[in-house]
Design a protein around this ligand. Structure first.
Ligand code: FEO
Length: 401
């Protein structure tokens, strides 16, 4: 049975949700599921914008058959060639053999990598930056957005309805629970954290390119944003665009402290807990703490983008950094996080070396300062070390002013 939603008078959401997927991209837990969004414009020509992941293809085809209601499909716009959106290209070509594929040259090349079908040249509509396509009442314009999230990515702008088909940009983890529009639900409590986790983990490395794309789109009058994941925006667009500006610029949202620790027998955890209490007594609000062996790194990385001050407390293991902490730090490095203040707590019962190893990693982060002296724990904190934690907390608090 079809499950579609009307976006404008002639534009329909024909996507679907997957709530059974454990790991998106085999990497990121999606406990609230994920939506794969696709849209159909019923103009004089009919246009499909992207497809879906193969996991939800049955629902997708029910949807497009219902919306097309016997009409042929004239165009299929491919904005992003990642398989979570393009897995059904070949089936669309099989079902609608006269369809024209609208894409850029890089996308066409990648279609050739992922699929084996042949189409006559007349069925390829290859666009360049800024090209337009008249579909009857509507006019589609194409803008390239490389590395948001792959190099071939483009976005499509309907200059008549002022709709931006934004590819991965402005998407979020989390299935759509009936309400397709962000203004129909409490986005901040329901989706914002997952929008941040989605952005930071998937696209976070490419802040410069995201800012370039935002600059390019800033001249367009946009009324509706239709992303490839998550809810559609038709109100308060500045809210999500403003968040993207912050995230892409590696600018913290919260002037507060994130404490990430790894602990084998509790000594390092104890130091982290005491530091958090001292910071709270000094008036720091919204402190966040994670045991990085318990919480998936995608959540910690997301909050590392959110918080201004990061404390890493780790035990030494195999003459290195404890594995879950090392994994997190490398993940943060890979995502190009910048502009942070960092403090370090180092534990080791006979060779406490991980503090220096953490410094080595953090010192590669742009515009990032390591605050104060590292706290050196040997197995467990000794009573006279509370003063060291107080000193570190004061240094952190002073740097927040
Ligand atoms: Fe949702 Fe980059 O694919």
């Amino acid at each position: 049975m079809y499950n579609v939603a009307q976006v404008t008078t002639d534009l329909y959401w024909v996507g679907a949700n997957d709530r059974r997927l454990a790991l998106f991209e085999s990497a990121y837990p999606v406990p609230n599921g994920v939506s794969y969004n696709s849209y159909i414009l019923l103009d004089k020509s009919t246009v499909l914008f992207d497809t879906v992941d193969k996991a939800v293809s049955h629902q997708f085809f029910e949807n497009i058959e219902h919306v097309l209601n016997g009409r042929n499909l004239d165009y299929m716009v491919i904005n992003h060639m990642e398989p979570d959106h393009c897995s059904e290209i070949q089936t669309i070509v099989d079902r609608y053999p006269e369809v024209k594929i609208v894409c850029n040259a890089k996308i066409k090349q990648m279609i050739g990598q992922f699929f084996n079908f042949e189409l006559p040249e007349t069925q390829w509509h290859i666009v360049k930056e800024g090209d337009k396509l008249d579909t009857g009442l509507h006019c589609l314009q194409f803008f390239f957005a490389p590395m948001v999230h792959w190099p071939e990515v483009m976005v499509t702008y309907d200059s008549v309805s002022k709709v931006l088909f934004s590819a991965d940009a402005f998407g979020t983890f989390g299935a759509i629970d009936g309400n397709i529009f962000a203004d129909e639900l409490d986005f901040d409590s329901r989706y914002m954290d997952e929008a941040r986790r989605y952005y930071t983990n998937i696209v976070g490395k490419y802040g410069m390119q995201v800012n370039s794309a935002l600059d390019k789109l800033s001249g367009l009058e946009i009324s509706i944003i239709c992303p490839l994941h998550g809810v559609v925006w038709r109100q308060d667009l500045d809210k999500i665009i403003g968040k993207y500006r912050k995230w892409a610029s590696y600018e913290a949202e919260e002037n507060s402290v994130l404490i990430a620790y790894s602990s084998v027998y509790g000594g390092t955890q104890n130091a982290a807990e005491i530091l958090s209490g001292i910071l709270a007594n000094m008036g720091v609000k919204n402190i966040k703490m994670y045991d990085v062996s318990v919480t998936h790194p995608s959540y910690v990385l997301s909050d590392a983008f959110k918080y201004s001050h990061l404390v890493f407390a780790s035990t030494t293991y195999n003459m290195g950094i404890f594995v879950s902490m090392e994994n997190l730090l490398n993940d943060i490095s890979a995502h190009n996080l910048q502009n942070r203040k960092v403090a370090i707590i180092n534990n080791g019962s006979w060779a406490p070396v991980c503090g220096n190893l953490i410094s080595d990693i953090v010192s590669t982060w742009k515009n990032t300062e390591i605050l104060g002296e590292k706290i050196q724990v040997k197995s467990v904190l000794k009573p006279d070390q509370r003063a060291e934690l107080v000193n570190l907390a004061e240094t952190i608090v002073n740097s927040m002013k």
